[in-house]
Design a protein around this ligand. Structure first.
Ligand SMILES: Nc1ncnc2c1ncn2[C@@H]1O[C@H](COP(=O)(O)OP(=O)(O)OP(=O)(O)O)[C@@H](O)[C@H]1O
Length: 322
């Protein structure tokens, strides 16, 4: 198979079996250089196993993968140089001070002692832990440990960061901090490949997503493209004063070209609404709006439902819940 230079991670029909259990079943991924790629799936879907293959920690049972142009089978050392990997567990180095922890990992990458002091200082600044440099690692909060762990992955200035559930188990504030940090790292030119089972985490910051379920990729691409593809029909919501008005809106909508379906949503409380599935363009939406007004039906509101990822996600899979 041809290695495509624009793709910093590329996998071809990866399989991983444990005994007779198939954890990864034919995964092919394309991660463009410079992207923030969210690898999303429920627990046990095969995310960690795939990441362990990409980081050369485990060999695939079948298939091939390239990271930064290097084969994970043939050129493991070069792959390791190109990546920074953050596993889902913090590790066992908690009896060190914050700066010592980073210094230790920098030394593992053969960074000379003279350069390490400045590097450690820079990394601590970047992850906003400079004020905790003398603290013991085990005194840090979970969010701080996660940021320290992220700093560690950057010690050798890798091109690609592979992060296993970086926001897992964090409180909302720490989650936002991690998300901001990932954005900052992307601005610095790093490609970020990270896993999550929380949709909201990927939706805000990713340029690309891959959705994995039971060891198979069920959807992959840029978020914009996927939204376009999956949300071919637009959803217009019209709210009405009462049931009679809602029925009239429905009847009128059904007579309009490009309306696929119109349905009255009877509320448990609040307004009656009509949901209109529409395949037209913006001009069509304007015309629909105008004909509703011209008809004299008492319309209280007219809006288009947002094309959000959650919506898209639910159309693709029913089993994947955050
Ligand atoms: N060494 C192993 N031996 C046997 N089964 C394994 C091994 N590693 C993983 N598995 C199984 O493979 C499946 C996929 O696991 P994996 O850790 O890759 O999923 P995941 O998507 O990362 O899930 P999680 O979010 O829970 O970490 C799971 O059913 C897991 O139990």
């Amino acid at each position: 198979m041809e290695v495509i230079p624009e793709l910093i991670i590329q996998t071809q029909d990866l399989w991983k079996t444990f005994g007779d259990f198939q954890a990864v079943r034919g995964v092919s991924l394309s991660v463009p250089a410079g992207s923030i790629y969210g690898f999303v799936g429920p627990n046990g879907a095969g995310k960690t196993t795939t990441m362990r293959i990409l980081t050369t920690l485990t060999r695939p049972s079948k298939g091939e993968a390239w990271v930064a142009g290097h084969s994970v089978l043939e050129d493991r050392r070069a792959v390791r140089r190109a990546i920074g990997y953050m596993p889902d567990e913090f590790g066992v180095y908690e009896d060190l001070r914050v700066w010592e922890y980073l210094d230790f990992f920098a030394a593992c990458y053969d960074i000379p002692e003279n350069d390490r002091k400045r590097l450690v200082g820079d990394l601590l600044e970047l992850v906003d832990l400079a004020h905790r440099r003398e603290d013991m690692v085990d005194k840090l909060s979970k969010g701080m440990k996660q940021r320290l762990s992220l700093a560690r992955t950057l010690a050798h200035d890798p091109q690609v960061l592979i992060l296993d559930e970086p926001a897992s188990g964090l409180d909302p504030r720490a989650r936002v901090e991690i998300r901001e940090l990932l954005g900052e790292l992307a601005n610095m030119g790093k490609t970020i490949f990270f896993s999550s089972h929380i949709l909201a985490d990927v939706e805000d910051i990713c340029s690309h997503i891959g959705i994995i379920e039971a060891g198979q990729i069920i959807m992959e691409g840029s978020i914009d493209e996927l939204k376009q593809e999956l949300m071919e029909t637009r959803e217009i919501i019209v709210s009405a004063r009462d049931h009679e008005a809602a029925e009239s809106i429905k009847t009128l909508a059904m007579s309009v070209r490009d309306v696929v379906q119109a349905e009255v949503i009877t509320p448990k409380s609040g307004r009656f609404r009509v949901r209109i599935d529409f395949t037209g363009d913006d001009e069509g939406v304007i015309a629909l709006h105008r004909s509703l007004i011209d008809s004299g039906i008492p319309v209280l509101g007219f809006s288009e439902a947002e094309r959000d990822l959650e919506n898209m996600f639910m159309r693709v899979t029913k089993g994947l819940v955050t």
